[in-house]
Design a protein around this ligand. Structure first.
Ligand code: AMP
Ligand code: GLY
Length: 428
């Protein structure tokens, strides 16, 4: 079977790496891919928004299954287009991907499905939003409705900060059309947890839970990023919490979407806050997480293709969960970034040490923003460059191993967090 993965980040390298190990997969393509996916499979130079080129490629190469990494093509309807052309593709339709693409849609859906989330109000104009905020006695979060590359969420501590956030989103239109509407919601306190589930029909298979590190610097300081590291499993996600997440979040959301005639098929990612009043949803994503996927898939021993096809063909309920094998050892993924990220950064910096790390066992470097230069050297090509992922007998050992590998890698300006997994380690 031939598989095409769409995207070019660490998540996509992890998907390509894992699928290439399936006995049923003869070849994996990645569009456009990076220097890592080029080793595991073959890159095809088309961007995720070039639907026509991707469809022509899938037909020409007789691709049996396409898997979409990032949210933009999903929200723009890549799944609908592939399906119209008779091509098999894993991911939600444009209508279902609104669960990520529109915060207004997602919050209304949660309200309708009675899924626990922060209390909220939706505004089309700045003045009523400001009035409402100034009459509240709790801190709020201001969210631009549409996709804004993770930057459209402003967590505020004071009323003046929140008023400024409304100005930047609705008056200055810093996120363009994405800020035409805003969600203003109560700021929740607690610890965050990511739960990803494969979904198809009525079936749900929850993957082991993870914790991301969104802030750029140690101790959760500094600006938000796409994710600076993750670990799996997150001990805070106890079996009781995961049961609650399945029963009170995944089941009602999926049933409501099905009833409203935009059923969800694909990977549903719930970003959760564990509060003193129970588990609440911060957001849904309509795809695999990055860097969560790197540490999840590094622990999966069974064939990922079997799981994805079971979701796609609505056979998840028939799956014997006992037969899905996970490495009992925890994993840690540390993301190495370009100097300046998440702000402006330079690219084309040669990366050294990758060969050294290849000799280590239980370590995998998933490429994100990398490419090959004219001399076939691996150079940087993005903000998040590499996801150094390791397994260990304990979480502490997985962390130590990941950082041992990190110490061997270098590129000019490289920075990373040194405290990935510390939250869990402190608790134990
Ligand atoms: P989102 O894109 O909605 O997940 O928001 C991005 C990040 O903002 C989350 O991972 C949280 O760290 C933070 N956040 C979002 N909503 C809230 C909230 N209601 N209370 C506290 N933090 C939030
Ligand atoms: N790591 C968060 C995300 O993938 O959106």
């Amino acid at each position: 079977m031939k598989v095409l993965v769409i995207g070019k980040g660490g998540r996509e390298h992890a998907l390509v790496w894992k699928l290439a190990r399936s006995p049923r997969v003869s070849k994996v393509y990645c569009a456009p891919g990076n220097a890592g996916t080029a080793v595991e499979g073959e890159n095809y130079a088309a961007e995720p928004h070039e639907f026509d080129r991707l469809i022509r490629f899938a037909k020409r190469e007789q691709i049996d299954l396409t898997i979409v990494g990032p949210e933009d093509p999903l929200c723009a309807g890549i799944v609908d287009e592939f399906q119209k052309n008779g091509l098999r593709i894993f991911g939600p339709t444009k209508a279902a991907a609104r669960i990520e693409g529109s915060k207004v849609f997602s919050k209304n859906l949660m309200r309708h499905a009675d899924v626990p989330t922060a209390d909220f109000k939706i505004f089309d104009h700045s003045e009523p939003a400001k009035y409402w905020i100034s009459t509240r006695d709790f801190p709020v979060v201001v969210k631009a409705d549409g996709l804004a590359a993770g930057k459209g969420v402003i967590v505020c501590s004071t009323i003046p900060e929140a008023l400024k956030a409304i100005d930047s989103v609705m008056v200055k239109e810093e996120f363009g059309q994405a800020g035409r509407q805003v969600v203003v919601e109560k700021r929740l306190e607690g610890e965050e947890l990511s739960v990803l589930g494969l979904v198809g029909g009525r079936g749900i298979y929850l993957l082991p839970c993870t914790q991301d590190h969104k802030a750029a610097y140690d101790g959760d300081q500094g600006p938000n990023t796409g994710g600076m590291g993750a670990y799996c499993p997150a001990p805070i996600g106890t079996p009781e919490i995961l049961q609650e997440v399945e029963d009170k979040i995944f089941v009602p959301i999926i049933h409501t979407m099905k009833r409203q005639r935009f059923p969800f098929s694909g990977t549903l990612f719930a970003g959760l806050m564990l509060t003193s009043q129970g588990t609440k949803v911060l957001e849904f994503n309509a795809r695999f997480g990055d860097p969560e996927t790197q540490c999840i898939l590094f622990r999966l021993k069974s064939d990922l293709l079997d799981l994805i096809e079971a979701a796609l063909d609505e056979r998840l309920e028939e799956l014997d969960e006992q037969k899905i094998i996970w490495d009992p050892r925890p994993s840690v993924c540390v993301v190495l970034c370009s100097g300046g990220y998440p702000g402006k950064y330079e690219t084309k910096k040669p990366i050294t040490g990758l060969e050294e790390v290849k000799k280590m066992t239980d370590v995998m470097v998933f490429h994100a923003g990398t490419t090959l230069d004219e001399n076939n050297r691996v150079v940087t090509a993005g903000g998040r460059v590499l996801g150094v992922t390791a397994l260990g007998d304990t979480l502490a050992e997985a962390k130590a191993k990941a950082y041992e590998a990190v110490a061997k890698i270098h590129f000019k300006g490289m920075h990373y967090r040194k405290d990935i997994a510390d939250k869990a380690l402190r608790r134990s």
